[in-house]
Design a protein around this ligand. Structure first.
Ligand code: RIB
Length: 303
């Protein structure tokens, strides 16, 4: 059994697909508009909810607004087997991500709303939920102080933390000593360690720093050598949420006892499946789909 707790953002994604991006002062026609649940935290929780077996558990801690999006976002978590008892409702608008899909890639403007109000100050039962977890997953769409106090608490209690520093912020380095895994992409890694080469950085944090490289896969250092896990080519429909699916796959596989390299192979399959459908959560796979994937090998299997 694995118990994972995700603390983070729960947002509504307002997605415009377009063949042209507007210049300053210009209006252009978009191709299609959609409104789909998102937020890095909720995306990771939903991906976990779909990957998990009946005996596993994923809980989400966070906040939605008291607007019309709040109940929809909560319902979406529950529909995906995420325990949302500790997702509060605050008197603000829910988090919103305005996403433009252009040229097979996305540009995102994120407004935290309720996510910016997440605070550990009045937590009581929430600490018990964290203490009972096998793994806690954090990202950067809630305030840094929240992440830092949780990471410190988990370190003290011996609970593993996977920290996805996205989007990057200047305070991220403060988290390093308290987390077990940190998973920046190439750009976030450069912001974290501007003076070091990618290879030097991963070598300095072996078995802890995992860098995702988009279509080039991911890398980490296993104390002996650099390990490179290639991406699996895909006909991408929408890459939004691919990183979230990857982080969820990694957290899940590690919590189930896989070694980092195998866990990364598992995460790579999950993210490859996720980009083949529209929406951050649209393509997130269920465990059954993972097992049917041609790259799913025996060494990835766990009960
Ligand atoms: O990682 C993708 C997510 O980040 C989107 O769902 C959107 O909510 C953004 O903030």
């Amino acid at each position: 059994m694995s118990k994972i707790v995700v603390v983070g953002s729960v947002s509504m994604d307002l997605v415009m697909e377009t063949n042209r991006v507007a210049e300053q002062g210009e209006t252009v026609f978009g191709e299609r508009f959609s409104m789909v649940p998102g937020g890095k935290g909720a995306n990771q929780a939903v991906a976990l909810g779909r990957l998990q077996t009946e005996e596993d558990q994923v809980s989400m801690l966070g906040a939605v607004g008291n607007d019309s999006f709040g109940p929809i976002l909560l319902e979406n978590l529950k529909k995906n087997q995420v325990i949302a008892d500790h997702v509060g409702t605050v008197p603000l608008s829910s988090g919103i991500a305005q996403i433009t899909i252009y040229n097979n890639d996305n540009r995102i403007i994120y407004c935290p709303g309720a996510n910016g109000q997440v605070s550990t100050q009045k937590w009581q039962k929430e600490w018990d939920v964290l203490e009972a977890a096998d793994m806690v997953v954090l990202q950067n769409e809630v305030p840094h102080e929240v992440n830092l106090s949780i990471a410190r608490f988990c370190k003290e209690k011996g609970v593993k933390v996977l920290y996805n520093p996205a989007p990057a912020r200047s305070t991220d380095l403060e988290m390093l000593d308290f987390v077990d895994f940190i998973t920046p992409n190439e750009h976030e890694c450069q912001e974290l360690f501007p003076d070091k080469s990618l290879k030097d950085v991963v070598a300095s944090y072996s078995n802890k720093l995992i860098v995702t490289l988009g279509t080039k896969g991911s890398i980490f250092h296993d104390e002996e050598e650099l390990q490179e896990i290639p991406a699996i080519p895909a006909q991408a429909v929408d890459t939004t949420g691919a990183g979230d699916t990857f982080n969820a796959g990694l957290a899940y596989a590690i919590s189930k006892g896989l070694k980092i390299k195998e866990a990364l192979a598992f995460a790579t399959i999950a993210s490859q499946l996720s980009v083949q459908k529209f929406g951050a959560q649209g393509g997130m796979p269920y465990l059954k789909e993972m097992k049917e994937h041609p790259k799913y090998e025996k060494n990835l299997h766990f009960e």
